[in-house]
Design a protein around this ligand. Structure first.
Ligand code: RI2
Length: 320
């Protein structure tokens, strides 16, 4: 029940934001494990795997979701009893939720160091991690001003300006297409991430790559705030991040779209910003240039190319 409900809320974006999705999925697995009363470890594992699959299938782009599920489910296979398996899931889920929250606090403090007194910052979409840096810089007494975009079609910019307003930060609210007109008034761009690939490309809300492109052209630094669990291990194998395309109705009501027989409404929710347009990625483990993404995947997520070989039993030795 909790799993289906949570999955629905993630799909409909009632629960959104890559970090929040991950924590909510971990919480759903924790509750599901608690309520799964079987004494048979195999049945328990099957039930948990089905729940994990339902959650992961909700939104395909934010890698925080499969990473969180992977962390919570790790070791389930080796638990000798259902009880140990259940305790393990509960423990890992609790720890994940806790460290995810702490990570945002650490990112805030590290990110704020890169914001100077007097800076004008532009942010796109609504990222808890990106906003935490901005709010922390303000809290430290730096006099800052923000440009926040509207973020069509789901208007996450509204959530952003409410947070900035509540924190007492001077904010300008602009439509997405006004970014280039204002970029010369901006000192620093700060955005979040739904996924970071091994080559340092950042997948984030649609429009981020246009923002980063404008910033690059205007020589404005781009900082990405992302917890280590938003880095995508499978990109080591050359796997691409799939970009979610949501219903066209979010962009144009169906009753209008229906009258335009030659028009197809397209609604990709994310885009890819290449590493060359990004100056720094701030993680809870420190700030890194995007080209160092592999280090995060290997050292902090524990996925090196060797782990993939082991996991998929790829035989790297030639037969004699
Ligand atoms: P935090 C959001 O996706 C935005 O793209 C945002 O930049 C990113 O997740 C990271 O958000 P959506 O759920 O985890 O709005 O930093 O599609 O909050």
């Amino acid at each position: 029940m909790i799993v289906t409900e949570t999955a629905e809320k993630i799909k409909s974006m009632e629960i959104r934001g890559a970090g929040r999705i991950a924590r909510t999925a971990a919480e759903a697995l924790r509750v599901h494990a608690t309520g799964c009363v079987t004494n048979d470890p195999v049945t328990f594992r099957w039930e948990m795997e089905a729940a994990a699959q339902t959650l992961v299938a909700t939104r395909p782009t934010a890698v925080s979701l499969p990473n969180a599920v992977h962390i919570v489910m790790a070791g389930l296979k080796d638990a000798p009893t259902a009880r140990e398996a259940r305790d393990g899931v509960i423990e890992r889920a609790t720890k994940f939720i806790e460290t995810s929250r702490e990570a945002v606090g650490k990112i805030a403090r590290i990110g704020a160091r890169h914001i100077r007194d007097g800076d004008v910052i532009l942010t796109h979409c609504n990222s808890e991690a990106a906003l935490s840096c901005i709010v922390e810089a303000h809290r430290e007494g730096k006099k800052i001003e923000v440009f926040a975009t509207e973020v069509r079609p789901r208007n996450q910019g509204l959530v952003t300006i409410r947070t900035l307003n509540a924190a007492g930060i001077k904010t300008n609210f602009i439509v997405d297409s006004a970014v280039r007109s204002f970029i010369n008034d901006v000192d620093l761009v700060i955005v979040g991430a739904d996924a970071v690939t091994v080559n340092g490309a950042v997948v984030n809300k649609i429009g981020t790559s246009q923002v980063a492109h404008s910033a690059h052209e205007a020589r404005v630094n781009v900082l990405v705030a992302a917890e280590t669990y938003k880095f995508a291990p499978r990109t080591i194998l050359g796997e691409l991040i799939s970009i979610e395309e949501r219903s066209g109705e979010e962009v144009l009501p169906d009753e209008i779209a229906r009258t335009l027989e030659n028009v197809t409404v397209r609604n990709p929710a994310f885009d890819v910003t290449p590493a060359e347009y990004i100056d720094l990625i701030v993680t809870e483990e420190g700030a890194i240039p995007p080209q160092m993404a592999y280090i995060i995947i290997k050292e902090y997520l524990g996925w090196g190319i060797e782990e993939f070989h082991k996991a998929f039993e790829i035989n790297t030795k030639h037969e004699e």
